[in-house]
Design a protein around this ligand. Structure first.
Ligand code: XMP
Ligand code: MG
Length: 183
C-alpha cells in the first residue's frame, strides 16, 4: 500500500489543510494580542499536537519557545479516565512562566484538566489552553479553553497529527475514516 492510498480510506474531510492553516493564523493573532509582556512557553502534548505546534509556532510573530510532554491516560480501551501518567516530562523549569498548552483535540477534557492543574502546581504563572479541535458533546469536565480552532461532532477523526493505530497522522486534512477501515 502506498501513501497515495490514504484518500481511499476516508469517508469525509471535515477540515481541509487550507481551513486549518487559516484558523491557526487567526488563533496566532489572538495569542499575540493576549501575551503582550512575555511570550508563553508552548507545551505540546505528544504525539498528536506535533503538527499544531509546528504550524502555530511558525505563524507566531514572537519567539515561540517550545517543549513537549507525553502523557497516557489510564482507562479502559479508548476512554480516558482522568488518571494520567507522565511518560515524558518537560525539560523546562516553568516556575513563574506563562504556559500555553497546545493540543490536537479535546474529547472528554479529562487529560487536559489534569495537565493544567499539574502545570499550575509547579508554579507556572499562568496556564492557558489552545486546541485545534474540540468535541463539545464529549466533554465531561468544565474546562476553560482560551483558543479553539473548530468544534466538531462527536466522531472519531484522524489526520493533522491525529491517529488511528498510529496511522493517518501525516494526512494534511482532518477527516472521518471510512467504516471499512475499522473492520
Ligand atoms: P480526553 O482526555 O480529552 O482525551 O478525552 C483527548 C485525547 O484523546 C484522543 N482522542 C482522539 N484521537 N481521534 C484521535 O485520533 C479522535 O477523534 C480522538 N478523540 C480523542 C487524543 O489522543 C486526545 O489527545
Ligand atoms: Mg493527543
Amino acid at each position: 500500500m502506498h501513501a497515495t492510498d490514504i484518500a481511499n480510506e476516508l469517508a469525509e474531510v471535515l477540515h481541509t489543510e487550507a481551513e486549518l492553516q487559516q484558523k491557526l493564523a487567526e488563533l496566532a493573532r489572538q495569542i499575540e494580542a493576549d501575551y503582550t509582556s512575555e511570550p508563553p512557553l508552548l507545551v505540546g502534548v505528544l504525539k498528536g499536537a506535533v503538527m499544531v505546534v509546528a504550524d502555530l509556532a511558525r505563524e507566531l510573530k514572537f519567539h515561540a519557545e517550545m517543549d513537549w510532554m507525553a502523557v497516557s491516560s489510564y482507562g479502559s480501551g479508548t476512554k480516558s479516565s482522568g488518571v494520567v501518567k507522565i511518560l515524558k516530562d518537560l525539560d523546562t523549569d516553568i516556575t513563574d512562566r506563562d504556559v500555553l498548552i497546545v493540543e490536537d483535540i479535546i474529547d472528554s477534557g479529562l487529560t487536559l484538566s489534569w495537565l493544567k492543574e499539574n502545570l499550575l502546581s509547579r508554579g507556572a504563572k499562568s496556564v492557558k489552553i489552545c486546541t485545534m479541535l474540540r468535541k463539545p458533546e464529549a466533554l465531561k469536565v468544565d474546562i476553560e479553553v482560551e483558543y479553539v480552532g473548530f468544534d466538531i461532532p462527536n466522531q472519531f477523526v484522524v489526520g493533522y497529527g491525529l491517529d488511528y493505530a498510529e496511522k493517518y497522522r501525516n494526512l494534511r486534512d482532518v477527516a472521518v475514516l471510512a467504516p471499512h477501515v475499522y473492520s
